[in-house]
Write a protein that binds this ligand. Structure first.
Ligand SMILES: NC(=O)c1ccc[n+]([C@@H]2O[C@H](COP(=O)([O-])OP(=O)(O)OC[C@H]3O[C@@H](n4cnc5c(N)ncnc54)[C@H](O)[C@@H]3O)[C@@H](O)[C@H]2O)c1
Ligand SMILES: [Zn+2]
Length: 394
């Protein structure tokens, strides 16, 4: 951080969401999990979206590891209805501003070694009226950031990607081998037939783990903008000799997750229902397979990527899945949360959302092998802790 930098959050260190902060930085099964972070210290890092669910976990980890952290966040009203600045860990410098604002971004980049780009509008992007906002925040915002990094000589980037870029996950047909099913038909969904059939013979398919080389197939506006971010970052890296590591997070959950907004993840919707004394409502037949990864492990993946990015060849881009490696269904997750919370049993409703995919689970071998990352929070323990964890907002 440059000398004399103003750090408005410092005075309120460890106030406010102290419980989240403690959960994310203490040794309770949330070690860095990254073998190379030992030699990675004293860097100056800009975290965009650092006031959000995942960004704030990354910020807490970076500060605990001894880095100087600046946050750029617009505190979007949909995410931060109170409009209040979060309570930052000691020493964090906060710049309230938009990643689409060239002057603000230039200021935020001053003196920075690497950028951890978390800022984005999240959700499914099903309402097309929201499409301009998704594209503007996620893609125009990324382009403005990258252009400023190119001008300012900042060459190292860790990008928050998403498993949504894969669309439907990986499937195997007994006759045709690996296949990519098309979007599910509305008539099938209405009839309660949720499994995508083999596109060649219509036989049932066996779902598998999706690797980074799987073809991308974004199925909604949000997914399209997340993939465009990756393409923009790769183009930036080639053009200016930058280095980007993209982390494609799977379903992230944990303390500080936003309360049930239309944009929140399913774990938060279930947890919010339980807090109201209601049963979690599970869509489809509850057998959708997902990889639920704890936010502490996603934060440690970011630290591992920030530690490694500077050693990558100039002009390179590489993507990594970030998943726990444990496959669970949405129904199992609802059961685990309801049990841990002591609330009503989940109800399987048969409803569906058009933008949802049936199964998508991660193969995170690359992240383990190349960056030495290890997830440390298991499903049962993580869900039990999440049942008691504070949610954010309202
Ligand atoms: N939560 C998940 O399960 C998940 C899964 C895959 C990928 N991701 C990605 O992780 C990143 C963080 O997601 P999250 O769940 O923490 O979301 P979040 O909504 O909690 O946080 C996003 C933050 O970015 C800020 N922001 C948004 N647009 C901005 C802009 N134009 N300028 C400045 N700040 C802006 C918001 O104010 C917010 O604080 C996103 O890039 C998202 O696409 C999240
Ligand atoms: Zn087939």
């Amino acid at each position: 951080m440059r000398p004399g930098a103003h750090r408005p959050g410092a005075a309120r260190a460890a106030a406010g969401c102290a419980e989240c902060y403690e959960a994310l930085t203490s040794g309770r099964g949330t070690g860095t999990g990254a073998g190379r972070t030992a030699s990675f210290a004293g860097m100056e890092i800009l975290v965009t979206g650092g006031a959000g669910f995942i960004g704030s976990a990354v910020v807490a980890r970076l500060v605990a590891a001894g880095h100087a952290v600046r946050v750029l966040d617009a505190l979007l009203p949909a995410v931060h209805p109170s409009g209040r600045e979060p309570a930052w860990p000691a020493g964090v410098e906060f710049v309230r501003g938009d990643v689409r604002d060239r002057a603000v971004v230039e200021r935020a980049l001053s003196g920075v070694d690497a950028v951890c780009h978390q800022a984005a509008v999240v959700g499914l992007g099903l309402d097309l009226d929201d499409a301009p906002d998704y594209v503007s925040c996620n893609d125009l915002g990324t382009a403005v950031l990258l252009a400023a990094m190119a001008r300012g000589g900042v060459r190292d980037l860790v990008l928050a990607g998403s498993m949504v870029v894969y669309g439907e996950g990986r499937y195997r047909c007994a006759v045709h081998g690996d296949v990519a099913p098309g979007p599910r038909r509305i008539a099938d969904l209405d009839a309660g037939s949720f499994e995508p059939p083999c596109p060649h013979c219509g036989r049932p398919l066996a779902p598998g783990l999706v690797g980074e080389e799987a073809p991308t197939d974004p199925r909604n506006v949000y997914a399209a903008t997340k993939l465009a971010q990756e393409h923009l970052a790769a183009a930036w890296a080639r053009a200016c000799g930058g280095r980007v590591l993209t982390l494609r997070y799977h379903n992230v959950y944990g303390p500080g997750m936003p309360r049930d907004t239309p944009y929140a993840g399913v774990a938060s919707l279930f947890r919010s229902a339980l807090a109201r004394g209601e049963a979690p409502r599970v869509f489809e037949d509850g057998a959708q397979r997902r990889d639920f990864v704890h936010v502490a492990d996603v934060a440690s993946a970011n630290l591992a990527a920030l530690a490694a990015v500077g050693d990558r060849p100039a002009g390179s881009a590489r993507v990594f899945n970030v998943g726990s490696g444990a496959v669970h269904t949405v129904g199992e997750m609802a059961e685990a949360l309801a049990t841990a919370y002591g609330g009503p049993r989940p109800v399987v409703t048969g409803e569906y959302r058009l933008g949802d995919v049936r199964h998508v689970t991660a193969d995170s071998t690359r992240l383990r092998d190349e960056l030495g990352w290890r997830p440390t929070v298991g499903f049962a323990d993580g869900m039990a802790r999440f049942a008691a964890a504070p949610l954010r907002g309202r």
